[in-house]
Design a protein around this ligand. Structure first.
Ligand SMILES: Nc1ncnc2c1ncn2[C@@H]1O[C@H](COP(=O)(O)OP(=O)(O)OP(=O)(O)O)[C@@H](O)[C@H]1O
Ligand SMILES: Cc1ncsc1CCO
Ligand SMILES: [Mg+2]
Length: 290
C-alpha cells in the first residue's frame, strides 16, 4: 500500500466513490432474487446508479457488455435463471455475487461454485460501448461480494480450490448477522485467496478482504436485519461502486458497505420500525453529503 489508509483516508475515499457513482451513473445489471428486486433497484437509484433488472438469456449478449457492472444473487435461484447468471458472469464485466443461502441445497452450492469459476478476462479492458458522461477506467480487478459477500475476478477452478470454496461458502452461509461476523473472517480470507476475489462478510461489523488486507466497517444499525434483503441491496451498491471505479475492488466494497451502513444510521434517527427505516435509509442514501 502506497499511503497509510487512515480513517480520514477512508472517509475521503468513500465520498469520492459515492460522488463517482452520482456523476457516472454506472449501469448495473442485476440478476437478483425476486424478494430483493425493489429494494435493490431503489437503493441503486437513490445512490445515483442506474439499475437494470434484466435476466433473459436472450438479452445478455446485447445488453451485458454495455453494463458497468453485473450483480448476481442466487436468493431465489431456479434452473431457468442459472444459464443467464452464467452468461452474465462471463461477459467480461466486473461482477459481484451474493451467494444467498449457498449451503441450503446441493443445487445452490453447485451453482455458486460454477459461478465462481467464471471470470472476467483480467484485461478485457474494453470500455463500455454506450456513450458515457465521463471516461471509464479499464476493467481491472472485477470483484464480487459473497453472502454476505463476494467479489472476485479470477478463479482457477481447480478441484481443491473448489472444495475450499464449497467449505467456505458453507461456513459463511452459516453466519447470520446476529453472530459476530469476525467468526467468518478466516474463511473469507481463505476464499479470497483461492478464488482471487475480494470477499466481504456483512454483519454488525462488515469485513472485506482480498486475502491479505482486511478492512472492517462498523457502520449500520441492528434494525437493518429486520428489513428483508438489505444485504441484497448493499451487494447491489457494491456492484455500483465497483462499476464506477473498477480500479480497487477492495476499497469499493468497503466504502459501499460503510456508506450503506451510514445511511442506516442517519435513517434510524427518525424511524418507528423496519418499514420506516427502509424508507429513511433510501432517503439518506439519496441525501448524503460530504
Ligand atoms: N447488528 C448490526 N449492526 C449494524 N449493522 C448491521 C447489523 N446487522 C447487519 N447490519 C448491516 O446491514 C446490512 C446488511 O447486512 P446483513 O448481514 O443483515 O445482510 P443479509 O443478512 O445478507 O441480508 P438479507 O439476507 O436480508 O439480504 C449491512 O450493511 C450490515 O452492515
Ligand atoms: C427471504 C428471501 N428468500 C430468498 S432470498 C430472500 C431475501 C433475503 O436474502
Ligand atoms: Mg440480514
Amino acid at each position: 500500500m502506497d499511503e497509510e489508509r487512515t480513517e480520514a483516508w477512508w472517509a475521503r475515499r468513500a465520498w469520492a466513490l459515492l460522488s463517482a457513482v452520482r456523476e457516472r451513473a454506472p449501469l448495473v445489471q442485476c440478476i437478483t432474487n425476486l424478494v430483493s428486486m425493489d429494494i435493490a433497484a431503489n437503493a441503486l437509484t437513490a445512490a445515483g446508479a442506474s439499475p437494470a433488472m434484466l435476466h433473459s438469456l436472450r438479452e445478455i449478449p446485447d445488453f451485458t457488455p454495455r453494463c458497468d457492472a453485473v450483480y448476481i444473487n442466487v436468493g431465489t435461484l431456479s434452473e431457468d435463471w442459472l444459464p443467464s447468471m452464467r452468461a452474465a458472469a462471463s461477459a467480461g464485466r466486473p461482477w459481484v455475487l451474493d451467494p444467498v443461502a449457498a449451503a441450503a441445497s446441493g443445487f445452490r452450492m453447485e451453482a455458486c461454485l460454477q459461478l465462481l469459476s467464471r471470470s472476467a478476462p483480467p484485461s478485457s479492458g474494453a470500455t463500455r460501448p454506450r456513450s458515457s458522461p465521463s471516461p471509464r477506467a479499464q476493467i481491472t480487478p472485477p470483484s464480487r461480494k459473497q453472502r454476505r459477500t463476494v467479489l472476485w475476478k479470477k478463479h482457477k477452478g481447480k478441484g481443491q480450490q473448489n472444495e475450499q470454496c464449497a467449505n467456505t461458502c458453507g461456513q459463511l452461509q452459516g453466519v447470520d448477522s446476529s453472530h459476530d461476523s469476525g467468526e467468518a473472517l478466516q474463511a473469507a480470507k481463505a476464499l479470497a485467496r483461492s478464488s482471487g476475489a475480494v470477499v466481504a462478510v456483512s454483519g454488525a461489523v462488515d469485513f472485506i478482504t482480498d486475502g491479505e488486507q482486511v478492512i472492517s466497517a462498523s457502520n449500520g444499525v441492528a434494525m437493518m436485519q429486520k428489513i428483508t434483503a438489505t444485504g441484497c441491496a448493499v451487494t447491489a451498491l457494491i456492484a455500483a461502486f465497483v462499476g464506477a471505479d473498477p480500479s480497487d475492488a477492495l476499497a469499493a466494497a468497503a466504502c459501499a458497505l460503510a456508506i450503506f451502513g451510514l445511511a442506516g444510521e442517519i435513517g434510524m434517527e427518525s424511524v418507528k420500525g423496519p418499514a420506516s427505516l427502509r424508507m429513511h435509509l433510501i432517503d439518506a442514501l439519496y441525501g448524503l453529503d460530504e
